[in-house]
Design a binder for this molecule. Structure first.
Ligand SMILES: *[C@@H]1O[C@H](CO)[C@@H](O)[C@H](O)[C@H]1NC(C)=O
Ligand SMILES: *[C@@H]1O[C@H](CO)[C@@H](O)[C@H](O)[C@H]1NC(C)=O
Ligand SMILES: *[C@@H]1O[C@H](CO)[C@@H](O)[C@H](O)[C@H]1NC(C)=O
Ligand SMILES: *[C@@H]1O[C@H](CO)[C@@H](O)[C@H](O)[C@H]1NC(C)=O
Ligand SMILES: *[C@@H]1O[C@H](CO)[C@@H](O)[C@H](O)[C@H]1NC(C)=O
Ligand SMILES: *[C@@H]1O[C@H](CO)[C@@H](O)[C@H](O)[C@H]1NC(C)=O
Ligand SMILES: *[C@@H]1O[C@H](CO)[C@@H](O)[C@H](O)[C@H]1NC(C)=O
Ligand SMILES: *[C@@H]1O[C@H](CO)[C@@H](O)[C@H](O)[C@H]1NC(C)=O
Ligand SMILES: *[C@@H]1O[C@H](CO)[C@@H](O)[C@H](O)[C@H]1NC(C)=O
Length: 896
């Protein structure tokens, strides 16, 4: 109300002054429109203070005027705005309108077509729905149109062919269907065209690129058919070509060689056939070439070696034959060579292995038939050496120990002979897997393998290994998966939790092996052995018992994770389109686990990751995280929390983090949301929780009333308050401090039972570690206890204060901060100031509730007292959380 006053007064003042000055009427219109927009969208930066300067609206933030003081440019991105946009349609000098990253919904206003001068329109990352209005075709001056990441349906309208000036057209991540209209190919200025992740079908227009200098074409994840139009290459300006995951076919045109600037080619998961043209060697800028899962054939052309900037070459799962050209060693920038699943043969190319930058070489599932070269890790940073399922012969060289950076070593399914070199024990980084299965290895299992304390999966099965399983293997503290089956091993299986927890199939077909999990007891043949066994057998039982306790926490956790520095570098080298890299890279979940046994089947990590890449799944965004809704193929719906990278230490301390998560997942309290699992990829951590369809308490209090579904139900609110207090009291009992109590972090189930979320944040961000970003850990604005300003520490009494704020919210139906309270006044100060303002409790409490019945009013006043105790300025005077629970429960009992 106060604001409205201001606007009226100011507007009148302004009109007065300008009538005197005899200024142009249109400026008034601009001002009136802006004032109206400010009110409609609640633009924070256009509040009273700025509006006082009416004569100078051109200096308001987000606005640029032309020389005649007409508004020409408005940039209002990332403002969480919503509301009716038709007001913008009267700003008819507008050339530039950026409303990206807000929460606008409903259809795109047709009246935008009145903005004849508009050159730039960005409505991306909102929730616009319906179809693209055909009226936009009237924007003859439009050069940049971005409607990406909305909920748009229907086809790309033919009427837009009027947008003859278009340079960049971005439509990605919507639900657009139909085919790509051929007018797109007729746009003579088109440089960028993206429409990935839609439901487009039909052919890519033949004329695309024929009349313009196309630089970026990204259409991945659609249902497109037909061939790559040759025209996209003829102008030679193409830089990015991404067509992954479509139904395209035909051959890769020879004309590809004309695009000297082409740096990024991704055409995997289609039906392309034929050879890769030799002209590929002309692409000096080529950085990223990915054509896996097609029907390409012929030899791998050695012309790739001329692409000295090539960083990734992925030709997996095609029909390539022949050898890897030795000149591939010339590609000094090559980081990943992936050619698995073809019919390649010959020696492992030593020239490629000597490449300093090589990070991953995947030759698995081919017919490579040489031996593993001694120089295998002469100078490389190799992390992945994947040679499984080939015809390799000879011995594993001792020099394999030089591969100190390896995370994964796959040599299974070959004809390797000799013994397992003990030097493998030197590869301390080995964590994902060591697989030597299905070879002809003999001799003993070297005890040195016990030094691999990060290794998760060890497979030595199907060889001719002899001797005992060394006790030293107990040093493999991270082991989960183990397989010794089908060898000639003898003696007792060491008592080591990962062994005993394995199925007996991991040890079968070793005639001399005995002990659990096999069904054969160990014979006490030799005297000392027998004594040893007796003692150890008893202790084994005890040890297994306690191990199971101690080790469950360690072993349930999969510890394969390692920061993929390289992936980041890759993202950088591919450069320009960082965002696209994230969008398109098939997310590789490096590490993930579900703590709840009976949900394991129902959760698909790739579906989880995909859900977080779609903005339309976003539910809310908090201080530390963004929450997405994720539907599993199994039909289960999850809530997925993507941690903001507030603190890289989360990832550096992932083992600790995972243990903490697991611990929290066992915390049983009705009013706490426990993590049910997690997934990690790149440097992103995702936490999985149950999905609560009723949303947050904040929504219940502050949004439902606007939507007129508001039901005055005080008893429900009181029981919510009690539930939240109980959840927090339980945490405090375990000395866990919540770092972000707010009504936005309290969720309601279908019976309005409250569940406190974000409890893991307190465990993942350790405030005592004192990293710089921790100073940001103050919780949400309005809930921060006053003492935080000088202690910079969240404490149990601080939690009580924040809870008091939530209770006040419940009592008043007001947000913790609201401009109506006045400058610098938050909800707590506003309530505390009521007596001095001479206001009665009714003027504070939500009158819709307090006037319903005498008993409701009485209970609300009692609860208000509790809230005031909790929000006392002096931390020591605030009650303990346990006491708060008691006081609130008393209110219920007293009034029964
Ligand atoms: C109003 O605008 C003038 C000119 O840009 C500026 O100097 C002045 O500080 C502004 N006043 C307020 C209250 O923002
Ligand atoms: C927006 O406002 C215009 C003009 O007041 C009105 O005609 C239109 O129906 C409104 N649109 C929505 C979606 O409320
Ligand atoms: C939308 O597309 C335009 C034109 O290509 C581009 O300039 C702008 O940065 C894009 N917006 C976002 C949020 O990516
Ligand atoms: C496109 O989607 C709309 C609405 O979802 C549907 O009515 C229409 O039939 C679809 N058209 C095609 C060609 O699939
Ligand atoms: C595109 O241009 C060609 C040649 O100039 C013309 O024949 C065709 O009708 C145009 N297509 C559209 C959809 O405008
Ligand atoms: C290779 O990459 C470098 C660094 O990005 C660049 O300066 C150089 O021009 C590229 N080479 C070619 C042939 O494009
Ligand atoms: C591609 O290869 C697969 C498997 O070899 C085969 O079934 C399919 O027919 C091939 N498709 C084409 C278009 O050649
Ligand atoms: C590998 O296989 C190829 C083709 O079958 C054969 O010509 C070559 O001699 C083999 N090399 C070795 C070392 O066996
Ligand atoms: C590997 O390094 C050794 C010793 O540094 C050297 O003698 C040998 O020539 C190197 N081999 C290759 C293939 O680079």
């Amino acid at each position: 109300m106060v604001n409205l006053w201001w606007f009226l007064i100011l507007t009148l003042m302004f009109l007065d002054s300008h009538l005197i000055n005899g200024d142009n009427n249109n400026n008034n219109n601009n001002l009136l429109t802006l004032v109206a927009i400010s009110k409609e969208l609640k633009v924070i930066d256009w509040d009273e203070d700025n509006l006082k300067n009416t004569s100078n609206y051109c200096s308001w933030p987000h606005i640029t005027c032309n020389t005649n003081h007409f508004v020409e440019k408005i940039i209002l991105s990332h403002q969480t705005l919503q509301g009716n946009l038709t007001l913008f349609c009267s700003l008819n000098s507008l050339k530039w309108l950026d409303l990206s990253f807000n929460t606008f919904h409903g259809p795109i206003p047709q009246c935008f077509s009145h903005l004849f001068d508009l050159e730039f329109l960005d409505l991306s990352y909102n929730k616009f729905d319906g179809s693209i209005p055909i009226e936009l075709g009237m924007l003859k001056s439009l050069k940049f149109l971005n409607l990406s990441s909305n909920l748009l349906i229907g086809s790309i309208p033919n009427e837009l062919e009027g947008l003859v000036m278009l340079q960049e057209l971005q439509l990605y991540i919507n639900s657009l269907n139909g085919s790509i209209p051929s007018w797109v190919g007729n746009l003579t200025s088109l440089r960028v065209f993206t429409a990935y992740e839609n439901e487009l079908s039909g052919k890519i227009p033949e004329n695309l690129g024929a009349f313009s200098e196309l630089e970026v074409l990204n259409l991945h994840s659609n249902y497109l058919e037909g061939m790559i139009p040759k025209n996209v290459f003829v102008n030679g300006k193409l830089e990015v070509l991404v067509l992954t995951q479509n139904k395209l076919g035909g051959t890769i045109p020879d004309l590809v060689g004309k695009s000297k600037d082409l740096s990024n080619v991704r055409i995997g998961n289609n039906g392309f056939v034929g050879n890769i043209p030799k002209e590929i060697g002309n692409l000096g800028s080529l950085t990223y070439f990915e054509a896996d899962n097609n029907n390409l054939s012929g030899e791998i052309v050695e012309e790739f070696a001329q692409c000295s900037n090539l960083t990734l070459l992925n030709l997996a799962s095609n029909g390539f034959s022949g050898v890897i050209p030795s000149v591939f060693g010339d590609m000094v920038n090559l980081q990943e060579l992936i050619v698995s699943g073809n019919s390649l043969f010959g020696e492992i190319p030593t020239s490629v292995l000597s490449n300093k930058n090589l990070n991953k070489i995947d030759l698995s599932n081919n017919r490579f038939n040489g031996s593993i070269p001694r120089s295998v890790c002469n100078s490389s940073r190799l992390q992945y050496l994947l040679l499984g399922q080939n015809s390799l012969t000879g011995e594993i060289p001792n020099e394999i120990g030089n591969c100190v950076k390896l995370l994964e070593l796959q040599l299974g399914g070959n004809y390797l002979t000799g013994t397992i070199p003990p030097e493998i024990g030197k590869i301390k980084n080995l964590q994902i897997a060591l697989n030597l299965s299905f070879n002809h290895l003999h001799g003993q299992v070297p005890p040195d393998l016990g030094k691999l304390d990060k290794l998760v999966s060890l497979d030595l099965s199907n060889n001719q290994l002899t001797g005992d399983i060394p006790l030293a293997l107990k040093g493999m503290l991270s082991l989960i998966d183990v397989n010794f089956a089908n060898n000639h091993l003898t003696g007792p299986i060491p008592s080591f939790a990962p062994f005993q927890k394995s199925p007996n199939s991991s040890f079968i077909k070793n005639e001399g092996l005995c002990g659990y999990p096999l069904n054969t007891f160990c014979e006490n043949s030799d005297g000392s052995q027998a004594f040893h066994h007796k003692v150890s057998y008893k202790t084994v039982l005890v040890v297994i018992g306690s191990c199971l306790l101690v080790f469950t926490s360690v072993t349930i956790v999969v510890v394969l994770f390692m920061m993929r520095e390289k992936q980041e570098q890759m993202a950088k080298t591919v450069g320009k389109d960082d965002e696209q890299v994230i969008e398109e890279d098939k997310p590789l979940v490096i590490l993930g686990n579900v703590f709840v046994e009976n949900l394991k089947q129902a959760i698909d990590f790739n579906a989880v990751v995909k859900a977080t890449l779609k903005d339309s799944n976003k539910i809310s965004s908090g201080t530390f995280s963004t929450i997405y809704k994720a539907e599993m193929p199994s039909g289960l719906t999850l809530s997925v929390k993507r941690l903001k990278s507030v603190d890289k230490t989360i990832l550096h301390h992932q083992n600790k983090m995972i243990r903490e998560l697991e611990r929290l997942s066992h915390l049983c309290h009705d009013n706490l949301i426990r993590p049910i699992g997690f997934a990690i990829y790149d440097d992103v951590a995702l936490l999985l929780h149950q999905f609560l369809p009723n949303g947050s308490l904040a929504r219940f209090l502050h949004e439902s009333s606007k939507e007129q579904v508001y039901k005055p139900d005080w008893p429900v609110r009181l029981s919510i308050a009690v539930g939240v207090a109980e959840g927090l009291a339980f945490l405090h009992q375990l000395a866990i401090i919540h770092l972000d109590i707010s009504s936005g972090n309290i969720f309601l189930d279908s019976n309005f039972k409250p569940l406190v979320g974000e409890i893991e944040i307190s465990k993942l961000l350790d405030p005592s570690r004192g990293t710089a970003s921790i100073s940001a850990v103050a919780g949400s604005f309005g809930y921060i206890p006053p003492e935080y300003a000088y202690t910079m520490q969240v404490t149990a009494p601080g939690n009580v204060y924040s809870f008091g704020v939530v209770l006040l919210e419940i009592l008043t139906t007001r947000a913790p901060v609201d401009e109506e309270f006045g400058e610098g006044v938050d909800l707590v100060k506003w309530v505390q100031g009521a007596p001095t303002r001479g206001e009665t409790p009714e003027q504070i409490l939500d009158a819709k509730l307090s006037t319903v019945s005498f008993s409701w009013r009485k209970e609300m006043l009692s609860a208000l007292k509790v809230a005031l105790l909790c929000t006392d300025t002096t931390p020591a005077k605030r009650p303990k959380m346990k006491k708060v629970v008691e006081m609130l429960q008393e209110i219920i009992i007293e009034n029964k």
